[in-house]
Design a protein around this ligand. Sequence first.
Ligand SMILES: [Zn+2]
Length: 405
Amino acid sequence: MHHISIIKQHEGHLLGKHKWSGSKLICDLQVEPLVDIDYESHDYNLHFNFGLHNHSEEAKTITVIMLQTNKPVPETIWQADTPYEGFQKSAITIETILEGYKFDITIDSHSETYLSNTMWSSITAINQRFHKLEKHNSLISLKYGQSANHQDLLAYKLFDKRDLCRPLICISSGSHPAEGDTIATAAIAEWITTTGRSHLKKFDVLIVPILNPDGFITGTNGCNTNGINFFWDFQHRNLEYCPEAYYFWELLKAYPPNIYIDFHCYSTQGKRKTFGPYLKPLLFYSGYLTRNAAQNLANSLQTIPGSKHQTMFSPSSMPHKITQEFNTITFAKYHLHQAMGKQGMSDTALLVMQRIIDAIDPSQLQNQIFHPHGPLKKPIRDKFKQKCFMYRYYLPKTIKKLFRS
Ligand SMILES: [Zn+2]
């Protein structure tokens, strides 16, 4: 349309091909490679984030048509005046159509607006929030590497020197940029440095708010800039194409965590999805005390009203590799849900942290971490049991695949 232009040069711009037809803007979603791994396929191509500028003397209304098939129609359009602030829930009505969905948007004269179908968080705003916490509280920032596009990879420590008598809880978010899950780590960082500070006598805490900074800048659904969705395909040895995973692994080697929580968030999936943790089968943990602690923590998390856990087994994924290497108890992912709203997401993240802290018995975790990072030698019988589980799990899938091809 003559008087309206699409703003593309901003942090987080995420849109596929598009064309104008009168006052209609017809768009495709951005396509990133699907994750095809461990006999499963994950499609993260659900989101958009773009700006519109009205150059004319009068307000203009246009219709945005998003083309998609077999994907959830979002319930909310999120809107912002600048791409650097948090997107707010708008009152825009979304209509389902055969080709996907559509909505109308009015832009005032000589002004711009930014639209997304997910609660987009800007990396500039997230970094500012953490820098402020660093300045006023005792968060210590730690640059643990650089992303593929040379962004700093930043972690925040709540301890000076590791006290090995205290369990280390590592919390992360921001591996899938479109999910808005950094709300969780920011809420926990604010709480643990103020009213929750007394817990730091019992635990050490390490927070990584943004695992995939490039994705927040170039605008991706779930991948890094080289098209690797490193939650599922954790290429921790691939320094060239996946430095985000490589350096995170190095960070974990320097600070092997007893507990690891990685926050994610459902966005456009609506009522089809329920918030809650991914758990792994207990036989992937070694040692009676660790298995006992993993069960207690899982039970404690399941007391959060309305949540639902899922069992996940995916050998190429980040949480699987972390437990194999360190014997870390993982809740990765812990899925929040955007339908909770920002406050609900923050409150739930704090509840998760509190339920974990309530259920930890530090004496159970003294001998947890595997050699050479800690004291425990991985028993051969555990390796054997895990191999048996893997073969039994994959045999039917392999046979199915053979018959299909
Ligand atoms: Zn995710």
